[in-house]
Design a protein around this ligand. Structure first.
Ligand code: SF4
Ligand code: SF4
Ligand code: SF4
Length: 321
């Protein structure tokens, strides 16, 4: 019998929670309890992505971000990764001959930005509530006025998303906020508006989840209609496009990872090859809450530790007496 690393991680976390709290890991349904009913997000389908980077350009424009050059002689915006100037990046996986799309050996694209976690570690770690999760649409926002620059959110994020403006005299944290300023005006995220193929699709998370499951059930090689821009209709609505269904990895990334995320991903190549981390189903925030609860429950452990320290201090004093 083989044990996958993901299952191994799940086992460790489940064991830790059980040992510390005496309670089993809750079912995946916990995700739905924590997520607001009107939560919105993005479904990124790597098999529809053509690597055009229109989403990156639209993101820069909508969020008034500087262009970024990765070398001294480069004149185009060409960030290699997320940074304090780049909220969204398209990366390419390539292996072997690099000829066939969405296969290994072959190549595939992946879009990286904030996952808008259902139970975000960055929010849990921030000591001054500069990171907050909207109780209405679940978007994880950042308030630079409240931020004290401790960078705990950077350390806590399991997806390595928040970046710090090291080159600024008044640095702030930088991360995708799902274009909250556009949502407030009834719009949708700029990256989804700009995506020509529907690879980046905006909408209510519950509807995106149904659409993702539909895709996982498609017969590879058969043509189906895929919605473009906004699955819910209304602002930014594109149309439907007919595409040949790819052979998907039978997994929806973000459905369970760290308690679920509002950005969901489908791919033809295993997610770890695209640089996405293998994570437990339970959120780190819930895990630390559980452990703290177990430690401080009834103040038994702190009292025992304090008594031990007093005993040791007295013992040390004895020779002097
Ligand atoms: S991906 Fe990172 S920055 Fe984004 S909500 Fe989750 S923990 Fe926070
Ligand atoms: S939602 Fe907005 S900020 Fe986030 S990646 Fe898309 S365009 Fe950029
Ligand atoms: S705009 Fe759409 S197709 Fe183009 S790189 Fe971005 S996600 Fe891929």
């Amino acid at each position: 019998m083989t044990i996958r690393r993901r299952d191994f991680l799940k086992g460790i976390v489940a064991g830790t929670i059980l040992a510390s709290t005496g309670k089993p890991v809750p079912a995946a349904a916990e995700r739905d309890d924590r997520m607001p009913a009107a939560a919105v997000g993005i479904l990124y389908d790597a098999t529809l992505c053509i690597g055009c980077q229109a989403c990156m350009v639209a993101c820069k424009k909508a969020n008034d971000m500087e262009y970024e050059h990765s070398g001294p002689d480069e004149i185009w915006d060409n960030p290699r990764d997320l940074s304090s100037k780049t909220l969204n990046v398209i990366k390419k996986f390539q292996h072997g001959d690099g000829l066939t799309k969405d296969s290994d050996p072959g190549y595939a694209f992946v879009k990286r930005h904030c996952m808008h976690c259902v139970d975000p570690s960055c929010v849990s770690a921030c000591p001054v509530s500069a990171m907050t999760k909207s109780p209405v649409n679940g978007v994880v926002n950042y308030n630079k006025k409240a931020c004290i620059g401790c960078r705990y959110c950077q350390i806590a994020c399991p997806f390595n998303i928040p970046k710090f403006e090291w080159d600024s005299p008044f640095p702030t944290i930088v991360k995708c906020q799902l274009c909250s300023h556009l949502l407030a005006k009834g719009g949708i995220s700029a990256c989804c508006s700009a995506c020509p193929t529907g690879a980046s699709l905006f909408g209510p998370v519950q509807e995106l989840m149904v659409e993702a499951k539909r895709r996982l059930g498609m017969k590879p090689g058969v043509y189906y209609d895929f919605p473009v821009s906004n699955i819910a209709g209304g602002a930014g609505t594109g149309s439907f496009q007919s595409h040949k269904a790819a052979t998907y990895v039978p997994e929806l990334y973000g459905e369970d990872e760290v308690g679920g995320t509002q950005v969901l991903m489908l791919s033809g190549v295993p997610f770890d090859k695209l640089g996405l981390p293998e994570l437990p189903d339970r959120s780190y925030a819930a895990l630390s809450d559980g452990i703290q609860y177990a430690i401080y429950k009834g103040m038994v452990y702190p009292i025992v530790v304090l008594a031990g320290l007093i005993y040791m201090a007295r013992k040390q004093d004895e020779p002097k007496k």
